[in-house]
Ligand binder design. Structure first.
Ligand code: AKB
Length: 324
């Protein structure tokens, strides 16, 4: 069931927060023409369009995914298309249909065409019954959001396809992802990206979480590195086929504000918690990722200080150039 060399990769959700940067990294590594970006935006960004093939794709339509897999002779899929936690609570039925429907389609196609699959799970698999500090890999999974429900069901489905059909599917449970290129959409951890844009543009931000809400987070270079390192690991090192805990740092909005103020001293943050507070309160504050470190050498590079420095540096340059 394992193919030795990846030659053609399909990235679904390629116009999203993770997809837009992961696709470029995969193209740099494997060649632009070998990485097909697929998304549901009719007009993706210039960087995606000019560096390799782009296909419009609705991942709930199995035949459309299959068409791309056949046309490009795809052997590896990074399946990122999904509805996130906050948007998922606005329309849980839609979140179930998109998240589960598209994963099921990808796994079925992987079974039929012998594909290797990367699929991101999330810290949203945990609920209040799990220990909230240093949440272990095998803690109880009773999420309170539909997004979390789809991630738990998705992990079980991945494990099933591995055990039953030998599909080489690999997954990590991402914490909140902070990035400078494409903003996230519809997550509970999105404040940690929005705050940088608003700090630079307006010196003011209204945060939708309480000042003391600690959540696990990761900077985009580490997020990409986790996906590619896991996908390149020898199969014998991938002992977990549900999903690996991974993390890089944990902080609260107040701690992030203090770090940003080192660069923008007159920055002011107000706090007006909304429905997302309840979601955040049901999630871990920190994650134990020792199994990922032990099994396939996971090791993040960025902490709160180095991530903040890099974000401020990148976004300030764009602001000065009038591109923010
Ligand atoms: C979200 O906030 O929904 C995501 C996640 C933690 O999976 N960023």
């Amino acid at each position: 069931m394992y193919r030795k060399h990846s030659k053609r990769i399909l990235v679904t959700g390629a116009t999203g927060q993770i997809g837009s940067e992961l696709t470029l990294e995969l193209r740099a590594k494997y060649g632009g023409e070998n990485v097909v970006a697929a998304g549901h935006k009719r007009k993706p960004g210039e960087a995606l369009l000019s560096s390799g093939p782009f296909e419009f794709l609705d991942t709930t339509r199995k035949e459309d995914i299959e068409k791309i897999v056949k046309e490009y002779d795809v052997d590896t899929v990074y399946h990122l298309a999904a509805v996130l936690s906050a948007v998922g609570e606005e329309n849980p039925q839609n979140a179930w249909n998109i998240n589960m429907g598209s994963l099921y389609n990808v796994l079925e196609i992987a079974r039929q065409y012998c594909l290797k699959v990367f699929w991101p799970s999330s810290i949203a698999v945990f609920g209040p019954e799990a220990p909230r500090v240093k949440t272990p890999q095998n803690a109880v999974l009773i999420p309170r959001t539909m997004y979390g429900v789809t991630k738990v069901a998705g992990e079980l489905l991945c494990n099933y396809y591995f055990l039953r059909y030998g599909v080489d599917v690999r997954s990590v449970r991402y914490p909140g992802i902070i990035s400078s290129e494409t903003p996230p959409g519809g997550g509970t951890t999105d404040y940690a990206v929005e705050i940088f844009y608003e700090a630079i543009r307006r010196r003011h931000y209204t945060c939708f979480l309480r000042a003391d809400t600690v959540l696990p987070m990761m900077y985009m270079p580490d997020c990409i590195n986790a996906a590619i390192t896991l996908m390149e690991a020898d199969p014998s090192r991938v002992r977990c086929r549900t999903s690996y805990n991974v993390t890089a740092m944990s902080f609260s909005p107040a701690e992030l504000v203090a770090e940003i103020k080192k660069y923008i001293p007159d920055f002011v943050c107000e706090y007006k918690p909304d429905f997302r507070q309840k979601i955040a309160d049901s999630w871990p504050m920190s994650i134990d990722d020792s199994e990922a470190r032990k099994d396939w050498g996971w090791s993040p590079k960025y902490d709160l200080a180095s991530m903040t420095r890099d974000m401020i540096d990148k976004l300030s340059k764009r602001f000065v150039e009038g591109r923010l």
